[in-house]
Write a protein that binds this ligand. Structure first.
Ligand SMILES: NC(=O)c1ccc[n+]([C@@H]2O[C@H](COP(=O)([O-])OP(=O)(O)OC[C@H]3O[C@@H](n4cnc5c(N)ncnc54)[C@H](OP(=O)(O)O)[C@@H]3O)[C@@H](O)[C@H]2O)c1
Length: 409
């Protein structure tokens, strides 16, 4: 049986935003429906301008109805939203954080959550540090008998230097064990299943290496264009938006060594190890091993796609990529010489997330000059979109045609 988590307050910065409505609240609902939330629990939504708890609750409920990943049980939803409280705070106004701390103290006493606080930053990245600094200044990150945690959704910095700067600034305010840098992709069932597929089945691990695998393709294609997220997307692009987070998560799960234990620290260390073995390419190599593209006016099925450059809040001369593809190699004994092809983009013909592992050709063409002369190579395809599943493609003999007279008997 799963252990019930400790009592706690779940405090969301950016409670009015898309991430909260689209992903965080449906995830909280799923926990509530699975009876996996603590008995003593409350959700606190931090808002920057006046919004009553009732208004916030209604808005989150609407989000749940729109984005729930399972049928909504009204009784469970009502119980969850009853505990929603809205609190006003803005990192530009330090006094609002002092008031928020007092408010949280009172709520905690009323709800019996024992001072454990989980701060979830569902805000633009520019607010991560100002919010964390205010939390630090007011002592809200100190763990005196109660735990304090901070969750940051991707993106974590825009390049190595800014990620390192954010990391070191956060580590001045709290300990490493308090920080969760998360990617909601990891919650997907098939993504979690990659480790089970690899390490709970004896048949795959012996062939999971350079001796048997020809190459691996990781594809995350989206049908939707940029839509109303022009200003965010134009400053980010397909590479930063998708590759160092979602695609690298998939890459690390497929390529990591088996961890000694299935615990967070051991899994994380093995993932970090394999990521650190990715060969660093020179600028010239990176240019010849990558492709960037930008979508133009067109049509996907019945849907008209407008030129990326005409998207609201996109610069008319923007060179931001909406498609990125790259080839990587991993310098270790398991993967040396195996190419990894990563690609992702928007406004493409299908919505598809898959990892396709192509195995090497059978070593000897025994069926030369027969109907099965040209054998295709085996593929193992792990898909999360549009449907979740695992498929193994292999060759079989084509059934022999029977004569009509025989067939009709
Ligand atoms: N949406 C997704 O599916 C998704 C997926 C993965 C990651 N993310 C990441 O999640 C973060 C939020 O994205 P989003 O799509 O939810 O954006 P959004 O819809 O624009 O919402 C942003 C939220 O942050 C608040 N906010 C804005 N500036 C702030 C500041 N300086 N201080 C405190 N709060 C501030 C906004 O509050 P006001 O109402 O007061 O403006 C709003 O509630 C981004 O880092 C994004 O990259 C989003």
């Amino acid at each position: 049986m799963q252990k019930k988590p400790d009592p706690c307050s779940f405090i969301i910065f950016g409670a009015t935003g898309d991430l909260t409505h689209r992903l965080v609240v449906p995830a909280l609902y799923n926990l509530a429906a699975g009876n996996l939330l603590p008995d003593k629990f409350c959700v606190v939504g931090i808002v920057r301008k006046g919004m009553s708890s009732e208004q916030l609750s209604d808005s989150l409920m609407q989000g749940l109805r729109k984005f729930a990943t399972r049928p909504v049980d009204e009784a469970v939803a009502k119980r969850l939203f009853e505990c929603v409280t809205s609190v006003e705070a803005d990192p530009r106004d330090p006094a609002s954080f002092d008031a928020m701390n007092e408010r949280l103290d009172k709520l905690e006493k009323a709800r019996g959550t024992g001072g454990n606080r989980l701060f979830y930053l569902a805000t633009p990245p520019s607010a991560f540090l100002p919010i964390s600094e205010q939390l630090g200044r007011t002592g809200m990150l100190e763990e005196n008998g109660a735990w304090r945690r901070l969750i940051i959704e991707k993106p974590f910095g825009t390049d190595l230097a800014s990620a390192r700067a954010l990391n070191s600034a956060l580590l001045k305010l709290m300990d490493e064990h308090q920080i969760y840098r998360i990617d909601h992709y990891l919650g997907k069932e098939t993504v979690q299943n990659i480790l089970v597929l690899r390490f709970a089945n004896g048949m795959f691990e012996p062939i999971w290496n350079r001796n048997h695998i020809d190459h691996i393709q990781i594809t995350v294609d989206e049908k939707l264009g940029v839509g109303h997220r022009g200003s965010f997307y134009d400053a980010t692009g397909a590479l930063r938006d998708m590759v160092p987070n979602h695609l690298f998560q998939l890459l690390s799960l497929v390529t990591m060594e088996p961890p000694a234990r299935f615990d967070a620290h051991a899994v994380r260390s093995e993932k970090a190890e394999v990521l650190s073995a990715i060969q660093i390419q020179s600028e010239q190599e990176a240019l010849s091993n990558s492709v960037r593209g930008q979508y133009r006016t067109g049509r996907i099925g019945d849907t008209e796609i407008e030129d990326y450059l005409k998207t609201p809040d996109v610069r008319p001369d923007s060179s931001t990529e909406t498609y990125a593809a790259l080839k990587l190699t991993i310098d270790n004994w398991r993967w040396a010489g195996v190419p990894f092809y990563l690609r992702t983009g928007k406004a493409l013909t299908t919505k598809r997330t898959e990892i396709a592992i192509k195995f090497k050709q059978a070593p000897f063409a025994m069926f030369r000059d027969t109907a099965v002369d040209r054998l295709s190579q085996n593929y193992l395809v792990i898909s999360t979109e549009p449907t979740e599943g695992i498929e193994l493609q292999f060759n079989t003999k084509v059934r022999a045609r029977r004569s009509t007279s025989t067939a009709s008997r």
